[in-house]
Ligand binder design. Structure first.
Ligand code: GLU
Length: 305
């Protein structure tokens, strides 16, 4: 059976699942169409397969975090980055603040909000525009096209982000980030608001599967030496407090976003992306998880298989 046929079958099978709800804590995300459902696979040979709502754009939300982490590694090096952010799964919710109070006061990892906000502070340049330009250029190298920002979602998150604001102030208190707290948060909200469709996200995932080189444009998006770090942390921490179950049932490095996207990487082979807005209580697309579980089983994709 071809990849295209498998995707079409999965789309048909799981379209009828109606479990889950759109994220509401960012009011703009609550307006999403719960029927939207898109799937895509991009291979390291440059092929792209997709079906369903494959040209509906969504905001990357936390699916942006592995990429900004890679940018920080590239700009500042492993030692500095991990002097501020750890590499352990937190076992807590994505937006938890409690573990910052414990032990080192470093965020546990770059995939949860506290760690990603610390990573945003490491995207440095002379002005806010240049800082934003740095990550937009990086996303362009990964996806192979210029991506936009959903200013409505950005404004909506900025207005309601009391929990993330608390996290940022606690990070400042513990000297993990500097005084530019508001600018750091704005950068974080901006990269969470980058717009992509599932084909873009699958190509971005395939770029990680291809040691950092976009398999379609052949452009480098991140030096190959950082890819193992990105994938390791996606594997252990990318699905937050479901990461253990995900490793057990899917067995691939992956990252979700509360807009309903999930992307996964099969190293040396392909990138997979699913978009469907209804999410479960831990922030992961319900249809997306079903598709990944079945696809991994059908194609034997788990990295220990
Ligand atoms: N922007 C979202 C937040 O900070 C991202 C969360 C997610 O996608 O898991 O809450």
């Amino acid at each position: 059976m071809s990849i295209q046929a498998i995707l079409s079958d999965l789309h048909q099978k799981y379209q009828i699942y109606t479990d889950g709800q759109c994220a509401t804590y960012i009011p703009e995300l609550a307006k999403a169409n719960t029927n939207h459902f898109g799937l895509a696979v991009a291979t390291v040979d440059g092929e792209l397969f997709s079906c369903g709502d494959d040209d509906v754009t969504f905001t990357l939300q936390s699916a942006s975090k592995p990429f900004t982490y890679g940018l920080a590694l590239q700009n500042l090096g492993r030692e500095f980055v991990h002097s501020k952010v750890g590499v352990e799964p937190s076992g807590e919710a994505f937006n938890s603040i409690v573990e910052l109070e414990k032990s080192t006061h470093r965020p546990y990892n770059p995939m949860i909000n506290s760690g990603a906000i610390a990573i945003s502070s490491m995207i440095r340049a002379k002005s806010f525009g240049e800082r934003q330009g740095k990550f937009m250029e990086m996303f362009e190298n990964y996806s192979g096209r210029t991506l936009g920002i959903d200013e409505g979602v950005f404004a909506s998150e900025k207005k309601t982000a009391h929990r993330n604001r608390s996290i940022a102030h606690l990070l400042r208190h513990f000297n993990i980030i500097g005084d530019d707290i508001d600018e750091t948060l704005d950068l974080y909200f901006k990269h969470c608001s980058v717009l992509a469709d599932v084909k873009d996200l699958a190509v971005m995932a395939a770029t990680l599967a291809n040691k950092g080189v976009n398999p379609r444009t052949k452009r480098s998006a991140v030096p190959g030496q950082h890819v193992a770090d990105i994938l390791s942390l996606m594997f252990t921490c990318g699905m937050y407090d479901s990461s253990g179950e995900w490793a057990y049932t899917v067995g691939l490095p992956a990252k979700s976003g509360v807009s309903g996207c999930i992307f996964g990487v099969v190293p040396g082979s392909m990138g997979i992306a699913v978009f469907s807005p209804p999410i479960d209580g831990k922030g992961h697309s319900v249809r997306g998880q079903k598709v990944f579980q079945e696809l991994s089983k059908t194609l034997g994709l788990g990295i220990f298989k």
